[in-house]
Design a protein around this ligand. Sequence first.
Ligand SMILES: NC(=O)c1ccc[n+]([C@@H]2O[C@H](COP(=O)([O-])OP(=O)(O)OC[C@H]3O[C@@H](n4cnc5c(N)ncnc54)[C@H](O)[C@@H]3O)[C@@H](O)[C@H]2O)c1
Length: 250
Amino acid sequence: MRLANKVALITGAAMGMGEAAAILFAAEGAAVAAVDLNLEGAQATARRIADSGGRAFACRADVSDAGDVKAAVDAAVSRFGRLDILYNNAGVDIEHAPTADYSIEMFDRIIAINLRGVFLGMKFAIPHMAGRGGSIINTASVVAFKAMPGGVAYCASKGAVIAMTQVAAVEYGPAKVRVNAICPGAIETPMLAEARRRMGAGAVDNAANFAPLRRTGNAQEVAQLALFLASDESSFITGSAYLVDGGSLA
Ligand SMILES: NC(=O)c1ccc[n+]([C@@H]2O[C@H](COP(=O)([O-])OP(=O)(O)OC[C@H]3O[C@@H](n4cnc5c(N)ncnc54)[C@H](O)[C@@H]3O)[C@@H](O)[C@H]2O)c1
């Protein structure tokens, strides 16, 4: 098994890509802390893992809240004795408007979850990894590289996640902590379903159908990349940002 004896904390594990990664990581031998604002959803993920013989527990946390994130990291370490993998996956995309019309409150909220949340995860997890080793995976997006009109806060948050990933990789490489980012394209999750409702199916699907692979991706295809980055198979990789987007930027 590719994650035997490892402990992983995954945020946003109630649904979408976080849920898929939690299930895959557990199937590969990791003990999983399934963290989400939605406790019931996280519990359902942990139950699915336990039902298939894996180890997991659910924890409610708002990733934008420092106390919540510290408590989630501490809970994982006290439950499983260590922390090897942090997957900062939780994120939101809740308002679309041109920059001049974008609400200041929503800008701050998106930055707080998508950017501050990733910082907080790294801040509290790194002390448990430094020296003995660890892998951190931060979720960015293709929109870190290509503008999504109406998404000033979301695009800014994802671009900054890549910058933070590089900083932490440089700072903690000597302490054997690897830090990488995943940049998904359009992936079939509840978030994408919501984007179709908000922007119209055409806006989402036309772009996907022009990408080289002519389709949207699924959460398992992202989880496979996260698994590789979480595992020792990627032992010489840090400070990198990986596209998993069907070639949409090519
Ligand atoms: N779906 C896509 O097409 C796509 C593309 C690029 C990047 N992403 C990014 O991938 C990540 C996962 O997206 P998804 O599509 O699976 O989303 P999703 O909306 O389907 O699931 C996100 C999960 O995060 C949780 N969450 C939201 N706010 C939280 C908070 N403050 N604290 C803790 N948990 C919180 C939600 O409860 C939910 O379980 C996000 O960072 C998203 O920005 C998604």
